[in-house]
Design a binder for this molecule. Sequence first.
Ligand SMILES: NC(=O)c1ccc[n+]([C@@H]2O[C@H](COP(=O)([O-])OP(=O)(O)OC[C@H]3O[C@@H](n4cnc5c(N)ncnc54)[C@H](OP(=O)(O)O)[C@@H]3O)[C@@H](O)[C@H]2O)c1
Length: 288
Amino acid sequence: MTAKIIDGAAISQQIRDKLASEVAAFRAQTGVIPHLAAVLVGENPASAVYVRSKQKACETTGLKSTLHKLPADTTQQQLLDLITQLNQAPDVHGILVQLPLPKQIDQQVVLDAVTPLKDVDAFHPENVGLIAQGRPRFLPCTPHGVQQLLMASATQIAGAHAVIIGRSEIVGKPLAMMLVQKGTGADATVTVCHSRTRNLAEITLQADILIAAIGVPRFVTANMVRPGAVVIDVGINRVDDKLVGDVDFDAVKEIASAITPVPKGVGPMTIAMLLKNTLTAARLQTKS
Ligand SMILES: NC(=O)c1ccc[n+]([C@@H]2O[C@H](COP(=O)([O-])OP(=O)(O)OC[C@H]3O[C@@H](n4cnc5c(N)ncnc54)[C@H](OP(=O)(O)O)[C@@H]3O)[C@@H](O)[C@H]2O)c1
């Protein structure tokens, strides 16, 4: 069997087209332009590329975006002062702090400082708590993108055994919380694996849905995948100037029933979900 390729680029474009009309309607109704403020500290080239593509996506969807670029030697207090300013700015609806931050800055302190109503990454403890309780204000962009890909590819999620490799705060853990909820796009039986998991392949072989968010190139090999499983590859790794995922795509596509490629899989979905959250943030902050 050769797997169906889940085309994240095409699915995200459909979502962005729909969002563009929702943004246009919102602007016409309220006179407000949803505005995402991105904060980039230092000169990390990958971060600069990510921020640029997020800004470009904002522009093509009718959202305003501004970039606040700070030098690599910015102090934590200077960054917190900027966050306070953005928290208070009435025309800023979403705040995105591009990670990673330089070593002298405590990432958690900065993310906690973003006011929850503008927290379009859904990293603030208040928003994480709401997700855990199944009444989200915002859904985190990458896990939400994964969930949307599963739904768009007509994957049976309810009752399925979803195995997630990775327990990061950004991907693995919130995705597990989302897939285990009651309701549409969820109701899965979820297992979360990590670097201390024993007999990993024994667990992944039981997965109806296998999600890799590890950060190790081609970590998931064909002998770890149950025939017919749906495989979602969150990983983005640079190998010899080429982007590869956490899944050995060429071998696994011969076993899986459906699989996401890297690039053009989860990556573009993350950006689409960020745009969606920015519109949600603008709605929440605009009295009609
Ligand atoms: N497509 C997108 O938009 C997007 C967004 C975010 C991230 N990513 C990519 O997704 C990948 C994961 O990102 P992340 O932020 O979640 O990474 P992370 O914070 O480094 O977490 C990696 C997770 O993988 C686990 N892990 C590492 N080695 C393992 C092993 N040998 N066996 C089992 N588990 C192992 C770690 O376990 P421990 O907890 O035990 O250390 C950890 O839970 C990266 O390639 C990243 O670039 C993509």
